[in-house]
Write a protein that binds this ligand. Structure first.
Ligand code: ASP
Length: 364
């Protein structure tokens, strides 16, 4: 049976309806697409990513939560100077990493239950290269260590003591990342030691300050960017869930879970309870769904559906995951379970602003 897509592709009108240019048309007619081997059964990107809303909104930076606002500004400086998306996302997420008021990322992050601030991060570039660190202590900028792992080692991920030693050998300064504020909160928590991976926040949308508070006890920054050359990169960095078990590593350093970038398709990233994201490999899933024709929005909603289906509906009030995705044209999608995910977006037309995501559970 001929599908609508096959029918459209077989006709000139179809090509126009799909927004396909002449050059793309030649590729659709049988030429081998960039980056795909002969005989590949993977559909062509140009065939399937609809040129919808947001086309031309490139360059572009998006990132998770309110602390994404200053992070996007730093990233945008790089992009506006004609820099590479990879440099932009690294520069961007270094802002909350260094900010002690952001108690879910880098310096000032909430510790594990034994009082250790342990950091997870990963980065991925337009060539599909990736680097990550996990369970890293005493280094303020895990994202930059992750980049060094990507660029200087034959590996993708270093963890714990090995990651720390590598960072020190690369000249990263060591310092205690536990601030007085985080230590005081942790000591208070120790009195009950009641652990919940996720605690509902006070409504973050009613706050006007740039202070983070959006997801209660954790708030990773994940950032995606497209530069002026149309290349994509992404970064993700976190101190993870507050009061986690010592040694716990979440989704944030796992390529394909909290972050995935495919320059020919798009990129996706996550924040929320990492265990949920890891079990469904959310970011890879979302990029693959976009490859098969889903818009970034549809793909994020499907990513959340995979998590929802693993839980009873009355369970969901305890689960929070948010996805943010872009396709290579600059279309943006976002979706989460709870009704309070926000993301920062920066482009030339609109500057930097905070956007409320749609969610599965609605605000009461
Ligand atoms: N995903 C992070 C983790 O599980 C936490 C977060 O994004 O809020 O470590």
């Amino acid at each position: 049976m001929t599908t609508r897509r096959e029918f459209l592709i077989g006709t000139g009108a179809g090509l126009t309806a799909l927004g396909v240019t002449q050059a793309m048309g030649a590729r659709l007619a049988g030429a081998q697409p960039v980056g795909q081997g002969a005989g590949s059964r993977m559909p062509l990107v140009d065939r399937i990513v609809p040129p919808g809303e947001g086309l031309g909104r490139k360059p572009l930076v998006v990132s998770t939560w309110r602390h994404g606002l200053p992070a996007n500004e730093a990233a945008w400086k790089v992009i506006a100077d004609g820099g590479r998306a990879l440099d932009a996302v690294e520069a961007g997420v270094r802002v909350p990493e260094a900010d002690p008021e952001v108690m879910s990322v880098g310096y000032g992050g909430r510790p594990d239950r034994e009082g250790h601030v342990t950091l997870d991060a990963c980065i991925m570039d337009e060539h599909g290269q990736a680097g990550a660190v996990a369970f890293l202590e005493n280094i303020m900028h895990p994202i930059s260590v992750a980049r060094k792992v990507m660029e200087l080692t034959p590996h993708v991920m270093l963890v714990g003591e090995g990651a720390r030693r590598f960072a020190v050998a690369q000249g990263f300064p060591e310092q205690d990342l536990l601030t007085d504020k985080a230590r005081t909160e942790w000591r208070e928590w120790l009195k009950s030691s009641e652990y919940k991976p996720w605690t509902p926040p006070t409504d973050p949308r009613s706050t006007s300050s740039a202070k983070p508070s959006a997801s209660g006890n954790h708030d990773t920054i994940s950032m995606l960017a497209i530069d002026a050359d149309g290349n994509l990169s992404g970064a993700c960095t976190t101190s993870g869930l507050a009061y986690k078990m010592h040694g716990r590593v979440g989704d944030s350093p796992i390529i394909g879970a909290a972050l995935f970038v495919d320059n020919e398709v798009g990129a996706a990233c996550a924040t929320g309870i990492g265990e949920e994201v890891m079990k469904t490999l959310g970011s890879f899933l979302i990029v693959e769904l976009m490859r098969q024709g889903a818009t970034p929005q549809e793909a994020c909603e499907e990513g959340i559906a995979r998590i929802r289906h693993r839980h009873r509906d009355d369970d969901l009030s305890q689960v929070q995951v948010a996805y943010l995705a872009i396709d290579r044209h600059g279309n943006v999608g976002a979706y989460d379970i709870q009704p309070w995910f926000q993301y920062a977006i920066t482009d030339a037309e609109g500057g930097t602003r905070l956007v409320d995501s749609d969610s599965y559970l609605k605000k009461k």
